[in-house]
Design a protein around this ligand. Sequence first.
Ligand code: F6R
Length: 611
Amino acid sequence: MCGIVGYTGEKAAAPVLLDGLAKLEYRGYDSAGIAVLEKEGLQVVRRRGKVAELAHTVGHFDLTGTCGIGHTRWATHGRPSEANAHPHASCAGDIAVVHNGIIENFAELREELEGRGHVFRSETDTEVVSHLIEEAYVANPDISLVEALRLACTRLVGSYGLAVTCEREPGVIVVTRQDMPIIIGVASDGAYVASDAIAVIGATRDVVLLADQQYAKLTPEGAEYTDERGRAIEPQLTHISWDVDVAEKGGYPDFMLKEIYEQPRVIRDTLAGRLIGGRLEIDELDMTSEELNLVDRVYVIACGTSYHAGLIAKELIEGWARIPTEVEVASEFRYRNPIITPTTLVVAVSQSGETADTLAAIRDARIKGARVFGITNVLGSPVARESDGVIYTKANKEIAVASTKSFLGQIVSLTLLAMLLAQAKGKLRMNQIRLLFRELADTAEQVEQILADTSDIQKAATACVDATSALFIGRGMGAAIAKEGALKLKEISYLHAEAYAAGEMKHGPIALIEDGFPVIAIATDSPVYDKVVSNLQESKARGACIIVIATEGNEHIRELADYVIYIPKVRDGFSAITATVPLQLLARSIAVMRGCNVDQPRNLAKSVTVE
Ligand code: F6R
């Protein structure tokens, strides 16, 4: 949730760190700080608020050092404040630490360290690390920084990505990780480290994704890698292919809009190379057709928007492959005792690939004997590494906190998985697969069509700006799409929104409706279209302002709706791809009109790496 950067090389470190932090700010944005090794010692500058505020403060210091670490924070232990912002120094102020994750045993460590005279200056869990390193030096004065960090880590329980610098070893940064990403890149002008490739790829695209309990020592000349016992290891380079311009808005006013407009490409890239000789191929899943044919129960586990992609997958897997499918939020699944047998397939969906609850659910499912597939957007992420097979969603880096393009990538990937299962079970013949695949590929163009004219979405948004609440309704696929529409609206506009299966309206939520209350309905062509229309009539009769996502050519709906947003005709199974796009745009327009920061909504972070 927090972001880490580090640089040691021939350039001044502060601008490199600030640039990296700006790119990582989507991960957390309540405070930020840097520590740079100057001639007179470590200089730590921290600020509550955004990276721009930190940059302003740093401007008042004359930082020329060429080695430093930085951090952007999303508060877990300790409120957002300057004192709680990272880096955290040791008592002597000669060691600085930045940390991503949670040290679960920090309270007992802190008590122990305070008992031995250490003075803490923050409420964070992180600060114990700088004091533990300090202690390691006291006990073993001649050890190196990497050894001191290794000793400190033997005391830690929890998750961490750590970067440390110390006056004793000028020009050196040491890093390690447990369950949190650490990415290292060595370029001609120095060594870079970050918790996300986006802050490194401007320097080099060939990076090392550090594994759990591995350590790296960065110097201006390069990086040396060791394992938890100090044995040298040979790093494996991973090439990052996406462009550095993903970190730029490219002429759009915000990342969210840019990412919404990237969706046709995401669909095309996610489908590329999947249909070979009329058969669907997903080799990365590493499962034969015979093994897939044995699957008799599917769980989709995920959180937030990714969970909504799972709801859509349920419709498709049950509809085509006829396999009973449950969709569960990972934070519930991990504490239940679900029925898992060797023929159970667990599909873990996570854009970031590092959501703590989803990871815990994967581990639990594997211990219980399930086969686990990961669907993720981040190469080499923990979800990818800990699953038996993985499908990458090809959305490329998603910066806006609210998921848009990765959601479409997830739906397309899950649709392929549903088709693959149906193919393996003989429920879909080759000609049916080919037809479905062609129609799925056509959705890229249909989304382009939606994006080409958004004027009706704008008009509908105007009707919602001053509302205090909104209701999203639909049936079947539409009910799942409604949930995603409501989540998007509430998270970026702070307008309360709820999603309901339209048929449930009269069992309670209809009481909410009064004059002008926005009811947003997914009423595309589907077997339940007429039923949705009846539910809309009930809302209309009570004064609701009706906004409908309808299929092109449906003029009849205009009699009922105050605002109609038309989308191209697609088969019901693919309506989530097309109908979601106007809902994303609607939420964004409402949020912009309400003056909200759509890329960085309050209280949220892009990756939820804590339970
Ligand atoms: C909403 C949103 C979140 C995430 C959720 C899961 O727009 O982005 O609800 O979907 O935090 O994150 P991932 O997919 O990274 O596991």
